[in-house]
Ligand binder design. Structure first.
Ligand code: HEC
Ligand code: HEC
Ligand code: HEC
Ligand code: HEC
Ligand code: HEC
Ligand code: HEC
Length: 450
């Protein structure tokens, strides 16, 4: 098993803080208790003999005896071998292999680059001020920072942040505590918020000026009526997208149907992300440790058999069952690409300006859709924000539902995306994942379309 940092932390408390003492090379005589209230006045520690150089640290005088351990306190972590090992492991992680290019825009850099994370952590914002074309990928110092060497709280003192996280779900207004290490991971491993600049085009009639891209406008739910109507406009997104691990693990922020009860905790709720994602490193499989990949052999040792695959198969079956129900009532559209890969996409009910899409083609009738994408300028290397609107005939009328959704339908579509984007296929909380999917399926069956 990995070393316990908490144990290390206690060690430091005994050791005290004077690294400089050790440089003297010999042990000072036990000083009398440091004069209280006389902190730091140079010279007041004269009786401390070899500790004289530490006069400014006067309050620590009584720790002189322990000075010889100071170096080894750092060496618990700071050996060349340990750091080399961490570097080798980390190079196997997706963080290291990941791609930063085109993810350096203001809306992506916070989580996808080192510099973006540093900036937002430093100033408490959620989006960096400018695009960061020179930004680099996530590295040791993205997650690690030293504050003080008195080691009263080792984790907090070597990690960039352990503070509760302002989630995009609640529009960054309240902080949710996932537990210390988890707060570090979850700062990035949550849904992304705004992903684009405003749409703006004055050449069109009607004008479209400064309409923001609207992420998760329907959430969190003030609505308690599963049958209440809701329009799904082009340009508004309820999609969860990447990084939803945090919410499933804690069993929160799914669409929960009125009158149903949900179980939030499960066997491993008290674990940290790192208990599984930084477990014992195996050089042969390249998993565990700072690779951030789960070394599943470690799990089987306790489970005796593979408990993960059956859970994932069960949940994935439910995920597809739900998607098929949503496709049948034209909330989703199912497509199969040339390699046979099936995907489902949610169908908008209304265009960008809120005009209902009909289910039959109306010749000459135009709808506002988005066109153009952000591109990277070959000359400046900066992002050219290219999200624009155009007016066009609707080519997908036969896939449209032709009415507003009900919240129950939106919630079911949302729960599908919640599980689909989460990547663990329910392994982060099998109980809650199954309840979200099954209750969605049950609601759809009990409330036929139209
Ligand atoms: C619990 C593990 C741990 C302990 C104990 C620890 N450090 Fe660190 N230290 C780290 C990590 C992790 C980093 C970040 C690695 C990096 O920046 O590449 C770091 C970074 C540093 C850096 C910055 C290096 C740089 O290039 O910016 C200094 C200086 C440092 N530590 C000094 C110390 C001293 C002195 C002690 C003992 C009083 C100590 N550390 C104890 C884990 C530890
Ligand atoms: C600075 C933001 C940030 C922090 C902090 C962070 N991650 Fe990540 N993580 C990412 C991003 C971005 C990716 C996707 C990398 C890519 O593909 O470019 C990722 C990818 C991963 C993956 C691989 C996912 C896949 O696509 O298969 C795992 C596993 C992971 N992170 C675990 C962790 C754990 C565990 C922690 C906490 C110890 C953590 N991460 C902290 C941003 C972060
Ligand atoms: C709140 C943090 C956050 C923001 C902001 C964010 N991402 Fe991510 N992104 C992640 C994490 C964490 C992962 C890896 C885990 C996962 O995929 O579930 C990821 C994964 C991805 C992936 C899939 C993995 C890969 O490397 O192919 C793509 C593509 C991606 N992000 C693109 C973007 C783009 C483009 C933006 C900006 C519009 C963006 N992300 C903004 C956190 C974020
Ligand atoms: C995604 C965030 C993340 C990144 C990137 C990261 N670490 Fe860590 N590191 C952690 C966390 C979290 C812990 C504490 C693990 C625990 O206690 O469960 C840790 C612990 C450590 C420790 C102390 C524990 C030990 O086993 O010695 C060292 C040293 C360390 N990391 C070095 C590094 C180095 C070197 C790099 C770059 C190659 C690096 N880390 C990159 C998150 C990260
Ligand atoms: C009980 C152990 C456990 C805990 C705790 C845990 N995970 Fe996972 N995680 C898993 C398993 C198992 C998978 C699926 C891996 C697979 O199928 O290969 C996974 C998958 C992932 C993935 C996708 C990686 C991939 O294989 O594509 C990411 C990202 C991730 N977890 C992040 C996190 C974060 C962030 C936390 C903390 C909030 C966390 N995990 C907590 C066990 C755990
Ligand atoms: C200390 C023992 C122990 C270790 C180590 C352990 N688990 Fe578990 N795990 C349990 C127990 C106990 C259960 C609940 C009993 C059961 O479902 O049969 C469980 C259940 C699970 C379940 C739910 C299975 C189900 O059928 O609902 C998942 C998923 C899981 N563990 C993931 C992991 C992963 C991933 C790891 C390794 C990173 C891991 N566990 C390591 C003890 C452990």
């Amino acid at each position: 098993m990995k070393k316990s940092l908490f144990a290390i932390g206690i060690g430091f408390l005994l050791v005290g803080s004077i690294i400089f003492t050790s440089c003297e090379g010999k042990e000072g005589p036990m000083g009398p208790a440091g004069p209280t209230g006389n902190n730091g006045a140079p010279g007041t520690n004269g009786t401390n003999g070899s500790n004289g150089v530490n006069g400014i640290n006067g309050v620590n005088g009584t720790n002189g005896l322990d000075g010889k351990d100071a170096n080894s306190s750092c060496l618990v972590c700071h050996t060349v071998a340990n750091f080399d090992a961490k570097i080798v492991e980390y190079q196997l992680s997706k963080h290291y292999m990941g791609n930063t290019s085109s993810r350096f825009t203001k809306f992506c850099a916070t989580c996808h680059t080192h510099e973006g994370f540093q900036e937002t952590q430093g100033n408490g914002s959620f989006v960096v001020r400018n695009d960061m074309p020179n930004a680099t990928r996530i590295n040791c110092k993205t997650c690690h920072a030293h504050t003080g060497f008195d080691f009263s709280d080792t984790l907090a003192q070597i990690l960039t942040t352990v503070s509760p996280v302002y989630l995009n779900y609640n529009k960054n207004l309240t902080a949710t505590d996932f537990g210390k290490i988890n707060n570090l991971c979850v700062t990035c491993h949550q849904i992304r918020g705004y992903t684009s600049l405003v749409y703006s085009d004055t050449t069109l009639t009607p004008d479209v000026i400064n309409k923001p891209f609207d992420q998760l406008p329907y959430f969190p739910f003030v609505n308690t009526d599963d049958n209440a109507p809701v329009s799904y406009l082009v340009g508004r997104s309820f999609s969860v997208h990447d990084g939803n691990q945090s919410n499933l693990f804690k069993g929160i922020n799914g669409y929960e149907y009125a009158g149903k009860t949900y179980t939030r905790t499960w066997t491993h709720s008290d674990a940290s992300c790192t208990d599984c994602h930084m477990n014992e490193f195996n050089a042969t499989t390249g998993k565990g440790g700072h690779t951030l990949w789960v070394n599943e052999e470690e799990c089987t040792a306790c489970h005796k058999s593979d408990k993960i695959t059956p859970v994932q198969n069960l949940i994935d079956g439910k995920r597809i069952e739900l998607a098929e129900l949503l496709t049948a009532r034209k909330v989703f559209r199912k497509t199969t690409n040339s390699s046979g890969v099936v995907s489902y996409s949610a169908m908008n009910t209304h265009d960008f300006n809120g005009k209902l899409y009909p289910t039959t083609q109306t010749p000459g009738d135009l709808f506002a859709t988005s066109t153009g994408n952000n591109t990277v300028s070959p000359t400046t290397g900066l992002v050219v924000y290219g999200n624009m609107l155009k007016y066009d005939k609707d080519a997908n009328y036969q896939y449209r539902i032709g009415r507003q959704w009900k919240y129950g339908e939106l919630g079911a579509a949302y729960n599908y995306a919640y599980i689909n984007s989460e990547l663990s296929l329910g392994a982060h909380n099998p109980t809650y994942a199954l309840q979200l999917l099954q209750n969605s399926i049950d609601w759809l069956n009990a409330n036929p379309g139209k």
